[in-house]
Design a binder for this molecule. Structure first.
Ligand code: DX5
Ligand code: ZN
Length: 227
């Protein structure tokens, strides 16, 4: 996984057909997805439940790009090895998930994954100075985590600008998660983001049988950023 700041679209399979993940992933990659974003929820850290390591292991063989696993779980540490064994390329934990995020990030890199740090909309960037040399990606949540299809929170634009300045030349991706559309994507690209997670805006109107809308949706987001 090489580093660059070009805009990457990471469709969230939270908006895919849960009975058909393998085919959905292959369809969305064929239609131009750069990464595949996998939302893991525990019904405790967030008020929703999705899936765990066995599902990640099962879909791994259908992913040819980057498997970007977003852990909305607490605690995190007991499950890191299982998600690494399942084949996660990027493993992202929330700053808010427990008192020892430093240890968690060390453990993620120790397990051979790129380490991601996610921040809820209410969390500032003031406390992450001492974590910057331990992370490969920072995920700025632009909705409260738990559900797809929510409204983008505009106050996060300022946060991304601050973060971009703090990161400087470090090889750290800025990922945006929640409410990304052709209207909101350019705001975040201008602020300094390079990975745009999009669930509903990518999967709307398409299916495994009719995947062309996935491509149209991905190109619409990319075009909005380029203009
Ligand atoms: C929210 C998830 C997101 C979500 C994005 O908890 O982390 O990845 O699926 O969905 P949209 O793009 O529909 O806001
Ligand atoms: Zn996510």
């Amino acid at each position: 996984m090489s580093f660059d700041r070009s805009i990457k679209i990471a469709p969230s399979i939270l908006s895919a057909d849960f009975a058909n993940f393998g085919a959905e992933i292959e369809a969305v990659e064929a239609q131009g997805a750069d990464w595949i974003h996998v939302d893991v929820m525990d019904g405790h850290f967030v008020p929703n439940l999705t899936f765990g390591p066995p599902l990640c292991a099962a879909i791994r063989k259908h992913i040819n790009t980057v498997m970007d696993v977003h852990l909305m779980i607490s605690p995190v540490d007991p499950y890191i090895q299982a998600f690494a064994d399942a084949g996660a390329d990027v493993l992202t934990a929330h700053l808010e998930a427990g008192p020892h995020i430093h240890r968690t990030l060390q453990a993620i890199r120790g397990a051979g994954c790129k380490a991601g740090l996610a921040l809820n909309p209410g969390t500032g960037v003031e406390d992450i100075d001492y974590l910057l040399d331990m992370v490969d990606l920072i995920c700025v949540m632009t909705v409260n985590p738990g559900f797809g299809g929510q409204k983008f929170i505009h106050s996060q634009i300022e946060k991304v600008k601050k973060l971009r300045a703090m990161i400087g030349d470090r090889p750290i991706h800025i990922e945006i998660d929640g409410g990304i559309t052709p209207e909101t994507a350019p705001l975040m690209a201008a602020a300094g983001a390079d990975v745009l997670v999009a669930g509903s805006a990518v999967f709307k109107g398409g299916s495994v049988q009719n995947p062309a809308p996935y491509g149209e949706n991905i190109r619409a987001i990319k075009a909005s950023v380029a203009s």
